[in-house]
Design a protein around this ligand. Structure first.
Ligand SMILES: *Cc1c(COP(=O)(O)O)cnc(C)c1O
Length: 223
C-alpha cells in the first residue's frame, strides 16, 4: 500500500470528531510530502530539533504536534509554531513551555501525559499528580499555556484486555475531570490515545486523537 492509499483509508474511516495525527518521525521529507499531497495536514514528531527542521522545510499550513518526551532545554525550538504538545509530564516542563510561549506571544495548547502502562519506562503523571498540579498555585500563574486534555500510551502487549483496561482507566479519569470545576486554563476536550497497533481499541474507548506512524508510512529505520 502506498502512503497516499493509507492516508485515504484512515481518513475515510475516521469517526466524526477524531483527529488523525500522521506520525512522521524518522521519515524523510519526500515521504511526508506524499501524505501532504494526499491532503493530510496534521503530523506528529517526537524530537524537537527534527520537528523544527521539518517545520522549516515543509509547507507552512502543516499543523505540527509534539508527541514525544520533551526536554526543557528543547522547548525553545518548537514554541513559535507547535500546534499541540501531547507529552507534558512535569511541572518543570510546563513552566518552560509557558516561558517560551510568552517570548513568542503565544498561548500553547498542551495535553498532560498520564502513565497508564505497566512498563516503567513510559513517562507521565499519576492521576493524583494531575489533580495536585492543576490545583496548585504554581499552575495558576501560567497564562501562556492551555491544557486541552490528556494523553496516554498503553502497555506494548498482545493482551488486548489489558490495553483496553488501560485506555478505559484514562477515559474515566478524563470524564471525571470534565465534571469538576477546573482552572480557566484547563478544559477536557482532547483524549490522545491509540497508535498503529492499538488505535481500534482506543477509538472504542473514547479516543479523540490517534497517533499513527507505521501503519501509514511503513516500518521505521531504527535510530
Ligand atoms: C512513534 C509514536 C507513535 C506512533 O507509533 P506507531 O506504532 O508507528 O503508529 C505514537 N505515539 C508516540 C508517542 C510515538 O512516539
Amino acid at each position: 500500500m502506498s502512503i497516499k492509499n493509507n492516508i485515504a483509508k484512515y481518513r475515510q474511516n475516521l469517526p466524526a470528531g477524531v483527529t488523525l495525527i500522521a506520525v512522521s518521525k524518522t521519515q524523510p521529507i519526500e515521504r511526508i510530502l506524499e501524505a501532504y499531497e494526499a491532503g493530510h495536514r496534521v503530523f506528529g514528531e517526537n524530537k524537537a530539533q527534527e520537528l523544527q527542521l521539518k517545520y522549516e522545510t515543509l509547507p507552512k499550513d502543516i499543523q505540527w504536534h509534539m508527541i514525544g518526551h520533551l526536554q526543557t532545554n528543547k522547548v525553545k525550538y518548537i514554541a513559535p509554531f507547535v500546534q499541540l504538545i501531547h507529552s507534558v509530564d512535569s511541572l518543570k516542563l510546563l513552566l518552560e513551555i509557558n516561558k517560551q510561549a510568552q517570548k513568542v506571544s503565544r498561548v500553547i495548547p498542551c495535553l498532560l501525559q498520564l502513565h497508564i502502562a505497566e512498563e516503567e519506562t513510559k513517562f507521565g503523571f499519576s492521576q493524583e499528580e494531575v489533580t495536585n498540579l492543576i490545583n496548585s498555585e504554581d499552575f495558576k500563574q501560567l497564562s501562556n499555556i492551555k491544557i486541552s486534555g490528556l494523553m496516554g500510551m498503553a502497555t506494548f502487549t498482545d493482551n488486548q484486555d489489558q490495553v483496553r483496561k488501560e485506555f478505559r482507566t484514562l477515559k474515566i479519569f478524563f470524564d471525571s475531570l470534565k465534571n469538576i470545576s477546573l482552572p480557566s486554563t484547563v478544559s477536557m476536550e482532547e483524549l490522545s490515545m491509540g497508535m498503529s497497533g492499538d488505535y481500534e481499541i482506543a477509538l472504542e474507548e473514547g479516543s479523540t486523537m490517534i497517533r499513527i506512524g507505521t501503519a501509514i508510512f511503513g516500518e521505521r529505520n531504527n535510530y
